[in-house]
Design a protein around this ligand. Structure first.
Ligand SMILES: C[S@@+](CC[C@H](N)C(=O)[O-])C[C@H]1O[C@@H](n2cnc3c(N)ncnc32)[C@H](O)[C@@H]1O
Length: 302
């Protein structure tokens, strides 16, 4: 099958019929190669490596670099807390003579290895694996960086989690920890998240939830990946970008049918982030989309 052409046809299909067509295409495409679970591998030849090389993600890193690099240059012995490291691609912004400290919070051991491999000798990396257990370990920071990670934390706040039988901190409580970690050095939070509402207040199979997921994964993310392939067909990553569109976009839409605790993506749209960030004590100094698809939004907060 020509998956690229099938995805293009799906994007052109009437919006009302897309959910059914997504399911049909998932079934027809099931035997394609690269069956790799979302956020399961981060090293060489992983889909994650292809993902972070895509124009969509490169433009996000460029926008973050524009903010973070001058801040590091102006701050002797800087200290950063990063929530969710991926393959550490953002740390390509570091220079060989940089001096500082990074505390990485991430549950995946491979992520810690990937991030460590990008640290110059003058930057010390500390590791924490559990966001829910970590408040005392955060210390003070000049920057908290949370890029495409807070959406893994279910619930606006602990109260909303409790309503659906989940314990522990929600997004609000994590953001409050970030605010506390930034207090002494008057540091800043850089937050990147997709603008799409798929939080736990939308129950499994809710038609609004399914359409929101299709909007984000198909109409914006798949569109961006296909455009990237068409603009640079000779790119060695192009075949894997198509696999990202398949395994992480098309297939990921099924999370809308999973029980709440298994959904693993609990995104908010811009307006919900703009309501939540002040509740955690943050002032949003600026916000901008990092791509022309208006998928990923960057919030700078103090
Ligand atoms: C989509 S990746 C983003 C990586 C990187 N920040 C970037 O922008 O490329 C999400 C990262 O969050 C991590 N993650 C997932 N759940 C997490 C949690 N509860 N606490 C901290 N990190 C988490 C994953 O292991 C992965 O490294």
């Amino acid at each position: 099958m020509d998956l690229h052409a099938e995805l293009r046809a799906l994007l052109l299909a009437p919006r009302g019929g897309q959910a059914e067509r997504v399911q049909q295409l998932q079934e027809r495409a099931a035997k394609r190669p690269h069956p790799e679970e979302w956020n399961s591998r981060f090293g060489d030849n992983s889909l994650f490596q292809a993902w972070t090389s895509s124009p969509l993600m490169q433009s996000l890193y460029a926008k973050n670099t524009q903010i973070i690099r001058p801040m590091l240059d102006q701050t002797p012995n800087w200290r950063v807390v990063e929530i969710g490291g991926g393959d550490g691609r953002i740390w390509d912004l570091l220079r060989p003579d940089d001096q500082g400290e990074v505390l990485l919070i991430d549950p995946q051991p491979e992520v810690h290895l990937q991030v460590a491999s990008r640290m110059p000798s003058g930057v010390t990396l500390h590791s924490v694996v559990d966001l829910a257990q970590a408040p005392a370990a955060w210390g003070q920071a000049d920057l908290v960086l949370s890029s495409l990670t807070l959406h893994h934390v279910a619930g606006l706040d602990a109260e909303q989690r409790a309503e659906v039988g989940l314990q522990g901190p929600g997004k609000l409580e994590v953001l409050r920890r970030a605010k506390a970690a930034l207090a002494e050095r008057q540091g800043m939070l850089v937050l990147n998240e997709a603008s799409v509402h798929c939080e736990i207040d939308l129950p499994p199979n809710d038609p609004e939830l399914i359409d929101n997921l299709i909007d984000s994964y198909l109409r914006r993310c798949t569109q961006a990946l296909l455009d990237g392939i068409e603009q640079d067909p000779g790119n060695p990553m192009a075949e894997r970008w198509l696999s990202v569109a398949h395994r992480w976009c098309l297939d990921q839409i099924t999370v809308g049918s999973l029980p709440l605790a298994e959904r693993d993506v609990y995104e908010l749209d811009v307006w919900r982030w703009m309501e939540l960030l002040p509740r955690a004590g943050f002032r949003v100094e600026s916000r901008q989309f990092s791509d022309p698809y208006r998928l990923f939004c960057q919030y700078l907060c103090r």
